[in-house]
Design a protein around this ligand. Sequence first.
Ligand code: PEP
Ligand code: MN
Length: 296
Amino acid sequence: MDNKFPGKDISQEDIKTKFPLAAKKKDNHKSRFTVAGVEFGGDLIPVFAGPNMVESKDLIFDVAKNIKTIGAHFMRGGAFKPLTFPYRNKKYTETREEGIKWLGLAKEKYNIPIITEVMEEKYIDMISEVADILQIGSRNMQNYPLITACAKTQKPIMIKRHYGSSLRDWLGSAEYALIEGNEKVILCERGVSVPHTHRATSRFLLDLQVVPAAQEITHLPIVVDPSHATFWRAWVKPMALASIASGADGIMLEVHPDPENSAVDPLQPINYDDFKSLMLQMDKISNSIMGKKIFK
Ligand code: PEP
Ligand code: MN
């Protein structure tokens, strides 16, 4: 790219000196790597599915079994949850170490790799024993000591974009992971804060423009999470399909057997039937428009 400002606030100088590792070396430069046998950056579009929160062992086993059968590549779910407000009733109580254990048992039984959030450095080793990908939540996108410590494990890392962050700052966070010699770094768009979100209950707007914008500058895979972005079940399907068409390298979806009774954010998860039909539709768009596939 030879224009002076390849991104709104990103100069050629930034590319050379601020995030040389995250930046593409040439136009067709794309990272390709495998996590637990699943390839990122190739013709597969990996799908992460699961509940917002690791609520119970039964829930996690049921989800693992069903999403694996439907074709998800990874199970998601937080045992450590950064909730916006500190008050937690019984329903919101994090399952923490126990939840991580359940993820590990479900992973073994149903042979599905795990992505889960790390909030504090002191739990990195424990979580790394189970997780195939360490998730840095949007609220920790600029917690550089946490990113550095996670990256040092050499486990794959997914950095969710903070809802107020520019592409430039997001790439800066990725650079903190890459500089540790960790090449398995994934970015995830999950909605940005704007005054107009079209529903009182929706706090964010899915920024699909960031997918092609990021891909002009970085070789890292970009995952899109339409569940957290829309906060509204009925919008997850259209936005997931649009994410594929926008060029997303992966999709994260909240899936729950009984969405209305999800412990956290009950307006956004989809049920197994809707997940199944969405997978088929995403695959169609992947095949027909993108020359990619959803099913391994
Ligand atoms: C999540 O994926 O569980 C999560 C908390 O997302 P975010 O950090 O994007 O809010
Ligand atoms: Mn959430």
